[in-house]
Design a protein around this ligand. Structure first.
Ligand SMILES: Nc1ncnc2c1ncn2[C@@H]1O[C@H](COP(=O)(O)OP(=O)(O)OP(=O)(O)O)[C@@H](O)[C@H]1O
Ligand SMILES: [Mg+2]
Length: 390
């Protein structure tokens, strides 16, 4: 394990680092070496940038790490740390600038920086502990648009990336399809939570969930349609509030109309995902739903419209659909017979066939829900951040 790295291109200066050599200390000749070193040693707390490293490269590195790895301290060694360098360095997020031969000064700066990193890490862990899931509600004005396909695949895509914890809630309380689509035994359902209403806690909620795969749990709809009537709006609110503390995402599937229970979910939603298909009855009903959303003041910028069966040649253009919905279409999902095949198989296509165009559309939706990661990844430079000099 390394905690400190010293970057110094000059072999003579490197050989003078002897006195600092201790356990957890590494020396590399180039900033570019950190591209591999840091990911492999994520516990690194400090980079000491040697005096022979180009100033500009050092500042770019510090500015980049300040965003990418806020816990990582950067200390800059210079032959003559004049005030101008000092000011630039501070602006870039360098913690201290020290004269390269001032061994005592370097040691003290290193101790201060590592102490700061440790303190920051403790605060960040403390904040992280109060996990607060983003709630994503999938809905449509009509039946059969693909809500359940989208909800199951979105949950799968979210949980498949980076160990996020996801709960899928089937709020289609009369005719929920999630149990069938994931081939889960309908042994436990949301109706089992009724007895705990008003005092539901994490243990209670866990006892009514069904695990689909690691990091992907499901709260199923009742097996018989009549039972669903006893699930009150307040219980739905309570379930989502408790789940928020346990997961990174709560994805909600809904019936083809807005019920009281759906409103409870919508009120707590961070993302609203309307599904539209290119046919007039669907467009008419989504238009009415969207107007209702405007009345309820659900923010427009929080709506991610999925255009399902986007490639169907039925005489409606994207503009027609956007006009009807009154919003941009965020994700286009093609029509494919592989979708009903995956439904019948009981495995979301996103997990079964990750490179399928439908799966890629679902991953784009997941990235949007996770905060635009897709755009960031696409915009990121392909080359290494710090090219080797020479
Ligand atoms: N992109 C697609 N390509 C092909 N078939 C699709 C696509 N999306 C959905 N389907 C099919 O359409 C049918 C309805 O999908 P789904 O059950 O997800 O809709 P829904 O909106 O949840 O319906 P309901 O309102 O009845 O709950 C399913 O048989 C599904 O396989
Ligand atoms: Mg459905």
């Amino acid at each position: 394990m390394t905690y400190y790295v010293y970057v110094e291109p000059d072999p003579e200066r490197r050989s003078m680092a002897g006195p600092y050599t201790e356990q957890g200390f590494d020396i590399v000749p180039e900033l570019a070496d950190l591209d591999e070193h840091l990911p492999r040693n994520p516990e690194t707390l400090l980079v000491v940038v040697g005096a022979a490293v180009d100033l500009e490269a050092a500042l770019t590195f510090a500015a980049y790490q300040r965003v990418q790895r806020p816990l990582l301290g950067v200390i800059l060694l210079r032959r003559t740390p004049d005030p101008d360098v000092l000011a630039q360095a501070m602006r870039a997020g360098v913690r201290e600038v020290v004269q390269e031969l001032d061994a005592e000064g370097i040691r003290n700066a290193a101790v201060r920086s590592v102490d700061l990193s440790k303190a920051l890490s403790t605060t960040m862990r403390a904040t992280d502990h109060t996990r607060s899931a983003k709630v994503v509600t999938v809905f449509a004005g009509k039946g059969g648009c693909g809500k359940s396909v989208v909800a199951t695949n979105l949950a799968a895509a979210l949980s498949a990336q980076g160990g996020r914890r996801v709960l899928l809630v089937d709020l289609d309380l009369q005719f929920g399809d999630v149990a069938i689509m994931l081939q889960l035994p309908p042994a436990r359902s949301i109706t089992d939570a009724i007895a705990m209403a008003g005092r539901l806690d994490e243990t209670g909620l866990r006892s009514v969930l069904t695990s689909y795969r690691p990091n992907f749990d499901v709260l199923l709809a009742p097996a018989s349609p009549a039972e669903g009537e006893h699930v009150g709006r307040d219980l739905v609110t309570e379930v989502i509030e408790v789940a928020r503390g346990m997961y990174d995402f709560v994805v909600v599937d809904t019936p083809p109309f807005v019920t009281d229970q759906v409103l409870a979910a919508l009120d707590l939603s961070d993302w609203f995902v309307p599904i539209v298909t290119p046919d007039l009855p669907t467009l008419k009903s989504i238009r009415l739903t969207v107007e209702m959303f405007d009345l309820l003041e659900y923010p427009r910028e929080r709506r991610l419209v999925v255009f399902n069966r986007a490639d169907s040649q039925v005489g409606l253009t994207v503009e027609d659909v956007e006009e009807a919905v009154g919003a941009h279409l965020s994700v286009h999902m093609p029509s494919s017979r592989d979708v009903p095949v995956s439904v019948n198989k009981g495995i979301p296509i996103t997990l079964d066939n990750p490179t399928h165009p439908v799966s890629m559309a679902m991953r784009r939706l997941a990235d949007r829900c996770a905060g635009g990661a897709a755009e960031q990844v696409e915009a990121a430079p392909k080359r290494r951040m710090f090219g080797r000099r020479r």
